[in-house]
Unconditional design. Structure first.
Length: 184
């Protein structure tokens, strides 16, 4: 039996992002995001209700301040008391998990999507994704970018504007482009 492009995407295999099933899912997400982002002036309880419609998991007390952008939503898992500030972008073609009590500054970008380095493969429309896992009690400063496949350990701090290209150990402080571990 041939795997659908969605199943290939979820399995972390190369897939065609322009597949009609995936495009239809992105359209549903776009409509949901329009409703969510239009709720900017509403109480946080309204935001939570809308988030619960689309996210894979929404822990108690977690909030994402609109505007927010993602590919699908159903690949995002938030632990309890997670706070994500304005203008976060999560490209969730692979799972994104964010642990309890994590704080994410404004304009942070979390990418799971990858494109082939080979030009012919890129032209063919193939892409893939690798999961991103962010532990508990993590602080990610505004404007940081988290690249595909990265794991950030519990209690870590990522400096504002950093580009995180590799895993961050638990309790580490990283900053820069690319992000490097700094002494405490």
């Amino acid at each position: 039996m041939r795997m659908s492009e969605r199943h290939k995407m979820l399995a972390g295999e190369p897939y065609h992002a322009g597949d009609s099933e995936l495009v239809a899912e992105q359209s549903v997400t776009a409509a949901w995001l329009a409703r969510y982002n239009a709720a900017l002036g509403q109480p946080a309880a309204v935001w939570r209700t809308l988030l619960a419609e689309r996210l894979a998991a929404l822990g108690e007390g977690s909030i994402v301040r609109p505007p927010f952008h993602c590919d699908y939503g159903w690949n995002i898992r938030l632990g309890s008391r997670v706070f994500i500030n304005f203008n976060c972008v999560i490209l969730d073609v692979a799972p994104v998990s964010i642990g309890d009590d994590t704080r994410i500054g404004p304009a942070v970008q979390i990418y799971t999507a990858e494109h082939p380095l080979d030009a012919a493969q890129r032209r063919s429309g193939l892409e893939s994704g690798r999961p991103v896992a962010i532990g508990s009690n993590v602080w990610i400063g505004g404007g940081a970018i988290i690249l595909p496949g990265v794991t950030i350990g519990d209690d870590a701090v990522v400096g504002a504007g950093s580009v995180v290209t590799h895993d961050v150990p638990a309790g580490a402080r990283v900053a820069g482009n690319p992000a490097q571990v700094h002494a405490r």
